[in-house]
Write a protein that binds this ligand. Structure first.
Ligand code: ZN
Length: 319
């Protein structure tokens, strides 16, 4: 006699689901961290890998709690004839890096615990300092921008002692100030030749506070002939947030500082379109741009749909 097993769909709240995956990941990071390789370094590499898998079509998406994935050569050894080798002994013999983390006797590159233990073992060989970590990343990725992105994630996770940094807000106060914006993605620009508009302009009065929309690290501050006084902030999703045409900066802020949603970056202005200090060539507004780093290049994407969503959320929160 057959027994039929029906799988009933279980309704799981989306945010609850998200919370669970964060807990599961954090538990794994903490299980495999060592005195030389604290959890936030492991978590930063893992998050970087997850970020690029979301936007790259040429690399497979690892469908598991952990996103780190190793090449066959790295795992089993370059000259190992068995590219699917899971024996720790032959892998070691052929100079592969794959390890058995969970103690089941197999070094399986599809197993999250084996993957994390392998990453820890690799990073540990370089030593405990931040410089050692950077050297390990250089050896692995051979790309300065990737190292910068991973170090940013590492700093944020370490500073806030969590991997739950998804909160976003609207870049201007949603109450007490007038502002207006619309989707102008790709419109032609008035100055500087044939460039298309890569961002959203939010018109507001001079001096209206400009707030960080995300958690992040200040990467750029200073004058740019197009953007005037501008701030660039990198977050843990490989996204670079660009705030331009400011009238002034928050004096307490400098490159390398950590910000959170709501940190005041400066005030709305009309700086830019000329040499340092040029202002007043257009009505005051915040130019807000978003750029995604995919491990190779960085490209602009339309912030407008995000702004609409964050504005709504920020308004609801403040009720
Ligand atoms: Zn603009």
């Amino acid at each position: 006699m057959f027994v039929c097993l029906y799988i009933f769909p279980v309704y799981v709240n989306a945010s609850e689901n998200k919370e669970n995956i964060y807990q599961e990941r954090m538990h794994l990071y903490k299980t495999y961290e060592t005195p030389f390789v604290p959890w936030h370094r492991l978590a930063a590499v893992d998050q970087y890998e997850r970020n690029i898998q979301e936007v790259r079509k040429d690399i497979p998406k690892r469908d598991s709690a952990i996103a780190i994935q190793f090449s066959h050569e790295f795992w089993v050894g370059e000259f190992n004839p068995n590219v699917e080798d899971t024996s720790p002994f032959t892998i070691q013999y052929f100079g592969g890096n794959g390890h058995d983390g969970n103690g089941d006797g197999k070094a399986d590159r599809n197993d999250d615990q084996d993957v994390l233990f392998t990453m820890v073992s690799y990073l540990e060989k370089f030593g405990p300092s931040e410089e050692d970590f950077k050297n390990a990343l250089w050896e692995y990725y051979k790309n300065e921008k990737i190292i910068n992105q991973i170090m940013t994630i590492n700093e944020l996770y370490k500073h806030f002692n969590t991997i739950q940094l998804d909160k976003h807000i609207f870049p201007l106060p949603v109450r007490g100030y007038n502002y207006s914006y619309k989707g102008t993605w790709g419109a032609s620009r008035g100055w500087g030749g044939r460039r298309i508009h890569e961002g959203t302009d939010i018109f507001a009065g001079y001096g209206t506070p400009v707030l960080s929309t995300s958690y992040g690290v200040v990467e750029v501050m200073g004058w740019n002939q197009f953007g005037g006084w501008r701030v660039g902030i990198r977050d843990h999703h490989n996204t670079y947030h660009y705030y331009a045409h400011l009238a002034y900066y928050n004096k307490d802020l400098k490159v390398g500082d950590i910000v959170e949603p709501g940190t005041i970056l400066g005030g709305v202005g009309s700086s830019g379109y000329g040499k340092e200090g040029t202002s007043g060539k257009f009505p005051p507004h915040l130019h807000y741009g978003m750029y995604k780093f995919n491990g190779r290049t960085e490209w602009a994407f339309d912030p407008y749909p995000y702004l609409v969503q964050w504005e709504k959320q920020t308004k609801q929160e403040k009720k």
